[in-house]
Design a protein around this ligand. Structure first.
Ligand SMILES: [Zn+2]
Ligand SMILES: [Zn+2]
Length: 344
């Protein structure tokens, strides 16, 4: 099978490996669509020393395909099923797995990090890490649901976003654009912040009524006004920038919630007195709860959300260099790898 590796310092290595075999309790998925995530760019640009053993692990964690083989003892899934891969698969029986938070499982496997990932023709996953993709969703939809849309959904659920809220979303990559679309679908009034006017135009199309570019706008001032003078109820931080975190805190009203999703090397620098006096909550949010998958699917279906509009381009894996180069510019929508020419 075709796959790629990130040996380090921005390089991409194309490799051919034998088709993998599913072990007991595992399924073999033939990839149809996989996605390029912000974290992939981060990993690609690590040094070879930082990559260490992961240099030989196939990257990618946004999986959508068809089950083509079952390992021994698989009872939950069937051959021919269209599925979405979950990327932090827990052991299934520890405390965190039992409370539906496998991201905190001490024995979890993470595709693209500890387990071969989605930038490959096939992927092997534990059966409980493959979620059924409903028939009315395309493979492209599935790749978007696997990470960006689900991560955004989980962040919005943590902030209990509803139709009474004014929400600001910082960073208009795949997760941020998804958060704009979903917050709008939940009835909130939404503002979007990004350094790319191109992306802000897309944010507006997806439901942001106010778009701000920190290169020329006073973001906290505008967002406080957007929040009726008090500030916004919720900020979903998807940019991974320290400056954005600082502006986000300055944009929140009393009792506001800052949900941090954007991975990077950003830091929070604030006087804790601000958090105490205004009773602001800062929440980290990693991936999503498996139990959120079905409510998310229902929201997308009920509101007929046009997920395909998040997509900025589709590439074969042979053009991975070009795809990652465009993704690194951070000024268009989501980029996908199409496998076997599949579009639906
Ligand atoms: Zn992702
Ligand atoms: Zn566990």
């Amino acid at each position: 099978m075709k796959a790629i590796l990130f040996p380090g310092s921005g390089a991409i290595e194309h490799i051919t490996l034998p088709k993998p075999q599913p072990g007991p309790g595992e399924v073999l998925i033939e990839m149809r669509m996989s996605g390029i995530c912000g974290t992939d760019l981060f990993y690609m640009n690590e040094t070879p020393q930082q990559r260490a053993d992961r240099a030989r692990v196939i990257p990618g964690h946004e999986t959508c395909g068809v089950i083509v083989e079952l390992g021994a003892g698989v009872t939950m899934r069937q051959v021919g099923e269209r599925v979405v891969g979950f990327h932090h698969v827990g052991c299934g029986h520890c405390h965190y797995c039992r409370i539906d938070v496998p991201t905190q499982c001490p024995d979890k496997v993470v595709t693209g990090r500890t387990l071969h990932g989605s930038d490959a023709q096939y992927i092997v996953l534990p059966q409980h890490g493959a979620f059924p993709l409903p028939d009315d969703f395309s493979f492209e939809d599935g790749a978007l649901l696997s990470c960006n849309v689900s991560t955004a959904f989980s962040g919005l659920m943590k902030a209990e976003v509803d139709s009474f809220q004014r929400v600001a979303v910082f960073g208009q990559g795949g997760v941020g654009l998804s958060a704009v679309m979903l917050a709008n679908a939940l009835g909130a009034r939404v503002a979007a912040v990004d350094l790319s006017d191109n992306r802000l135009a897309l944010s507006r199309e997806l439901g942001a009524e106010l778009t701000l570019n920190p290169a020329r706008d006073d973001v906290p001032d505008q967002l406080r006004r957007f929040g009726g003078g008090r500030g916004v109820h919720t900020v979903i931080e998807c940019s991974g920038s320290s400056k954005a975190v600082e502006q986000a805190l300055a944009s929140l009203g009393p009792l506001g919630k800052l949900v941090i999703i954007g991975a990077g090397d950003s830091h929070i620098a604030t006087h804790v007195g601000v958090l105490i006096a205004s009773e602001i909550q800062v929440l980290g949010s990693s991936v999503y709860r498996p139990g959120e998958y079905e409510p998310m699917v229902n929201l997308v279906r009920n509101k007929q959300l046009p997920l395909h509009r998040l997509i900025g381009g589709r590439f074969p894996i042979d053009e991975a260099e070009e795809a990652f180069k465009i993704a690194a510019r951070q000024d268009i929508g989501k980029l996908l790898f199409a496998w076997n020419g599949a579009v639906v």
